[in-house]
Design a protein around this ligand. Sequence first.
Ligand SMILES: O=C(O)C(=O)C[C@]1(C(=O)O)C=C[C@@H](O)C=C1
Length: 358
Amino acid sequence: MRDKKSLETLRQEIDSLDDQVLDILNRRAGLVMEVGKLKSASRGDFHVPSREREIYERLTARNQGPFPNAGLKSVFREIISASLALEAPMKVAFLGPKATFSHLATMQHFGYSAELVPQKSIPAVFEEVEKGRATYGVVPVENSTEGVVSYTLDMFMESELKINAEVLLEVHHDLLSRTGRIEDIKKVYSHPQPIAQCRKWLEENLPNVPLVDVASTAVAAQIVSEDYTAAAIASELAATMYDLKLVRTRIEDQVNNFTRFLVIGKKLTERSSDDKTSLMFAVKDEVGILYRMLEPFAKRGINLSKIESRPMKKKAWEYMFFLDLAGHVSDPVIVEAIEELKQCCQFVKVLGSYPRAK
Ligand SMILES: O=C(O)C(=O)C[C@]1(C(=O)O)C=C[C@@H](O)C=C1
């Protein structure tokens, strides 16, 4: 009896706090709508990754618990996502179909209030944003075990879109089926990459079961939703979407399997407390050029986090370089370094400065 009363009292107190949270959320929404009006008048960007980063960092530093920081981030992601939808309806194109890792990355960045529109290909995501049918696009750019997604890099050769943010997604592969029983599995479907990433687990646990490559993990889940003897390697989101049971979770051979995605939009973004800048350039064909192109950064102590080369499609044996460096494109040292780089380049293009994903 006593216990019940204390449970009731606790719940009453929780209700009263929830009422306060609700009132505060609505007061916050009122302020955000005023921000939205100011931005409409000044034609400013509604989505400001640097401001979002500042909010997350300020609150996680302030948080003394017991509410966990990971939960705090998810709560505020949804608050900001809903706020953004109040300022302007937000359409985000991503590399579909639904329930793929690109979909998960897009949800991780934009939350549940944005309208997420799946596209058939990476060029289609670029086109949706270029034509203004979507405000932003999300495309994969590299995987920690499989390397770069060259399709995405190649698109920047033709497109004027800018990188507005990066999203790091920890990739876990789950084995899904209708029955949830490993004994029922006579075939495994997935995209070739997840199959490769789970090869050891499959050999040990399903040694004689045929593996079938399909176009995406979502297609695999869809096939399996109609076949009780098959399993798919896909995400937990695919299990929810296609009503499948988890046979085993996290069957990837490699721990720390991350995929990096880029958020692309029409404008450059404001600085945050910790930015990265991506550049693309083509060098002149001269002796010592590889050394000279890195010198402007090395002598100013600018940290380079990645360099990639891609063949230029129009000319054989000529290469385009993609460089990621620490800092914002408006930092004086970076302005100087880019000016110096231009002297040994046929052209230099700034792809964007954006908050470093953590
Ligand atoms: O501060 C802004 O610029 C806002 O639009 C408000 C807000 C928020 O909810 O706090 C919403 C969207 C932006 O991406 C960043 C922050």
